[in-house]
Design a protein. Sequence first.
Length: 475
Amino acid sequence: MEEMVEQVNVLLEKNDNTQLKEYLNSLNISDVEELIGELPEQGVLFIETLSLNRAVNVFRILDFPTQERIIKKLSGKRIAGLINELPPDDRTALFSELHGDAVQKLIQHLSPDDRKEALQLLGYEEDSIGRLMTPDYIAVKKEWDVEKVLAHIRRYGKNSETIDVIYVIDKNGVLLDDIRIREILLVKPETKVSELMDGRLIALNANDPQQDAINVFRMNNRTALPVTDKENILLGIVTVDDILWIANEEYTEDIQKIGGTEALDEPYLDINLFRLVKKRVGWLIVLFLGEMFTATAMGYFGDEIGIVVALAFFLPLIISSGGNSGSQASTLIIQAMALGEVTVADWWRVMRRELVSGLMLGVILGIIGFFRITAWSMFSNVYGPHWLLIAITVGLALIGVVLWGSLAGSMLPLVLKRLGADPATSSAPFVATLVDVTGLIIYFTIASLVMHNILHPAVGAQAGLINHLIPGVIH
């Protein structure tokens, strides 16, 4: 990349547009995209200098902020060329991100048919499959023979998004089947299309969420899938390159939500600082208010902490262990749901697994905590005379808190999904905050039970006095 940047800088210094055009056209489109990233101030010049076909291919792989920055400074002629040559799905993606007035100006550069097509695609919901599809495909009739199909492909294939798959429709446009091109190329010319049909059709609905398309592509190993309406009429196709972009956006959005922030919608270094703060502050306030309940819980158990100060030493240990187990479980379930491995219907299976695994993890940490306190008490008096009771309390509390964290972390994504919310919003910080508060309650409740006579001496003494007096009364 450094060599390319140096070469381009030399040509820019020479002001030699002819050699610059020749050099840029010789590069891979991914190389030009990286050059625009390295020399953003020259992005407009690069798009203007490239041949139209290569300029379109470079422009379509740029991120939206870069596209917007470039398109504002391009000449009218180059804008018209780009907008007209962009594939319909990429054009729709660009229009859906731009402001209405900008779309209105750009759409005037399209031919009447393309303008109608663009407006039709923009009519679908923002996150629907209809926004991804392109109407450029090859469709044939089942009564055609292979010779006629090949002639049709030669005539119209150049304008198709892909010719890997050919779609069979009836006279009303209803999708009947899809056939891979190799099936057509390996049979005799007189073979009828109906003889090649196997009925194993997989299609997407234009109004379904884009997330559904990601799962269908992954499970069926396809490079393209047809898109139909509720009447099963073929509207267009979605290709795997669009799905890869959407999958990357979904992954990025989920990671940001899991981290406890809203989706940024823009690259980190491009987003306005105030918008970045706005995206982050909401969750921070929610989590902050949640953590205030931790202080309330500690205040409630202030007497216990005052009597056995050593209990406070293990608060970070208890809180972090519960939060970590909850975050682990939450992340695992969110990922499994994104991959289609777990659904809301599997809640009981998930709960059973987390009950067992949470208990096992809690026992492991509880044993380690118990022996750590025991070993430390052999060489110091830091935990006081009641170190054994403290060790038992911490050991049992770790079992309870880790088990509860695992259950809470695994169930929250499923509950949110059932309520129609995004499971990713049960982010690790949210789960950790919930488990912090409840973990303290579990810890001090167990401490009150295990160390009852120490934490509540008056009650213990009263019980001892009664036991002492009862024999005398009876006597």
